[in-house]
Write a protein that binds this ligand. Structure first.
Ligand code: BDR
Ligand code: CA
Length: 316
């Protein structure tokens, strides 16, 4: 098993990634760090606490940073509310969390875990890369310690979802993303290239609903909200992209995707802001630190994901 930290901006697909990481016996989820993005930091931390309780898990939740270092506050985009609901989790209501967030800072938690678990640690950021960039600033040594960073973000071979070139997570903090990509960290980029091909439909959510459990119903409800939003906003008429779960899947089984090893950077100029692209200056790097997922075996991934979720949701 691998030790994993999820760095989530808990919206709907983050909620699915959380359930998957809990359900897969090959993953030892040692903590969740909260990020801003699909909603405010306070709300995403609360969502993670509530979902963990719904799923009967005692995993610590830490707060990361509430906004990028290039701004002094963060406001939730209207489109995020339309896609993920105003509470981030499809407007479902869950009991107030009985656990609290940990007193320790989320960035420090990442640093301590890197030292403790060394190459056994995988970090899966499914929101902005602000926390990870801050951790690299505070302790550059961790870039040699962490086993892998498998992140959901970016787009190399397709357009972005915020602009022609920008994907949402990278767009929240392109400066942080660029620091992470150009660091020595071993990175696997699971971007729109592959996540937009990995869809879930109401046929699948109906299977969760049929379980008749509180968790099955809650997960069917929050995912149906997201599927309806995809339909309404004409992002996809058949289903919704399970962006963040695919990053968890690839973290534990890279054979779900084919990769292109490439030294990557993120453009931080206004023009093309947040574009993820090969770094011309380092093109001949012998061992490029980024593996970009450019194709996915979604016919294999979706059933694996479904099996894990059904097993978990059936029991809670
Ligand atoms: C990413 O942006 C967020 O809205 C999703 O949760 C996902 O992590 C997709 O671009
Ligand atoms: Ca996310």
């Amino acid at each position: 098993t691998k030790k994993m930290i999820l760095d989530l901006d808990t919206g709907v697909d983050d909620a699915l990634a959380l359930a998957y990481a809990i359900a897969d016996p090959n993953i030892d989820l040692i903590g969740v760090v909260a990020s801003y993005g699909n909603n405010l930091l306070e709300q995403t931390a609360k969502n993670s606490l509530q979902l963990l309780e719904l799923l009967g898990q005692d995993v610590p939740v830490f707060k990361g940073l509430s906004h990028s270092s290039t701004t002094n506050h963060f406001t939730v985009m209207q489109v995020s509310k339309e896609i993920h609901g105003s509470n981030g989790i499809g407007n479902i209501s869950l009991p107030e969390p009985s656990h609290q967030v940990q007193p320790k800072d989320g960035v420090d938690f990442i640093i301590e875990a890197a030292h403790q678990y060394n190459k056994d640690l995988i970090i899966v950021p499914t929101g902005p890369l602000t926390n990870l960039a801050a951790a690299l600033h505070r302790d550059p040594q961790i870039s040699q310690l962490i086993g892998n960073v498998t992140l959901m973000g970016g787009a190399l071979t397709v357009e972005g979802n915020v602009s022609d070139v920008a994907e949402a997570n990278i767009n929240q903090d392109a400066e942080a993303a660029n620091e992470v990509f150009t660091s020595p960290l071993p990175i696997t980029m699971v971007g729109l290239d592959v996540t937009l091909r990995t869809l879930l439909t109401k046929k699948e959510t109906q299977q969760w609903r049929n379980l008749g459990t509180p968790a099955g119903t809650a997960y069917a409800d929050l995912t149906d909200f997201y599927i309806d939003a995809y339909y309404r906003l004409e992002i996809d008429k058949h289903g919704c992209a399970i962006h963040d779960p695919l990053a968890v899947g690839v973290a534990i089984d890279p054979s779900f995707v084919t990769i292109l090893a490439l030294p990557m950077k993120v453009i931080t100029n206004k023009h093309n802001y947040a574009r993820t692209i090969g770094d011309k200056a380092r093109l001949n790097a012998r061992h490029p630190n980024v593996k970009v997922a450019i194709n996915v075996n979604q016919e294999r991934f979706v059933p694996v994901f479904m099996n894990h979720l059904i097993n978990l949701l059936a029991n809670h």
